[in-house]
Design a protein around this ligand. Structure first.
Ligand code: SF4
Length: 253
């Protein structure tokens, strides 16, 4: 494996300031210019934001890597939608899976629906089914792009446009849609004729694993349908590093 390219904290701090004034396409363009094709990737759970990022990136580099995680508990609609997107773009999407050897002891000890029993077990399940597969997928990547918006939830309100992903080896993580609203995302998808995940038509505003996602009621937070039985948690699975709001890095003047 070739050596990973790392940016210093000072470089990231400068980029954070610069990227606050760039639009999404400009940020994606920076990643495409800066990193070789094999060392950068869009990672998407096939929600609208990730599909937008992938589509924008393909406009600049039609062969850009697009990765998704099949946790083994996805709704059937998501798997069908994966095939819809593959046909729409007429190109491959890399699918990564949890390791059975990671899952088996957990399921044997706690059952197949352990996530309902406690926040700790829910986070362990997310770790085994999402975080570890992503870490393996990013083993040969120096820069990844995802679809976080600051308007998604209070936990994401301070997400920077770029930061070092220390959970995955200190690589660069880009969030080009931080300033977008849900309406911006829908408008882009309509303008580009992109197919929508079918669950959006059933009052889902955020879509994850089937047993952990429900439709929302009018007025509820966009991510209220994720792990809806949990009170006062950050509603995060751990792959985006949003345990606490990520802060803009201060750089020495
Ligand atoms: S969302 Fe639910 S089923 Fe999916 S990995 Fe997390 S806890 Fe497990």
């Amino acid at each position: 494996m070739s050596q990973r390219r790392r940016l210093s904290a000072a470089s990231i701090g400068r980029l954070q300031q610069r990227f606050e004034t760039l639009d999404a396409a400009e940020m994606i363009g920076w990643a495409i210019q800066e990193f070789p094709r094999s060392r950068r990737a869009v990672v998407t759970s096939l929600q609208a934001e990730g599909v937008v990022i992938a589509d924008m990136a393909m406009e600049l580099d039609p062969s850009i890597r697009v990765i998704t995680i099949d946790t083994g508990r996805l709704p059937e609609e998501t798997l069908t939608y994966l095939e819809t997107l593959r046909a729409h773009w007429d190109r491959p999407i890399e699918v990564v899976y949890p390791e059975p050897a990671d899952l088996q002891p957990f399921v044997a000890s706690h059952g197949v629906n352990a996530f309902y029993a406690s926040v700790d077990l829910r986070k362990q399940c997310c770790n085994l089914r999402k975080v570890l597969p992503l870490r393996r997928a990013l083993g040969d990547v120096d820069c990844w792009l995802a679809g976080l918006r600051r308007s998604h939830s209070p936990a994401r309100a301070a997400v920077p446009p770029v930061h070092l992903d220390t959970d995955n080896g200190g690589i660069v993580k880009l969030n080009p849609l931080i300033a977008w609203s849900a309406a911006d995302v829908r408008a882009y998808m309509a303008e580009r004729g992109l197919p929508m995940h079918p669950l959006y038509a059933q009052r889902y505003t955020s879509i994850g694993c089937a047993p952990c996602t429900r439709a929302v009621e009018p007025g509820e937070d966009e991510r209220a349908g994720r792990w809806w039985w949990e009170a006062d948690t950050d509603k995060e699975c751990g792959i985006n590093g949003v345990r606490q709001p990520l802060r803009i890095v201060e750089i020495a003047s």
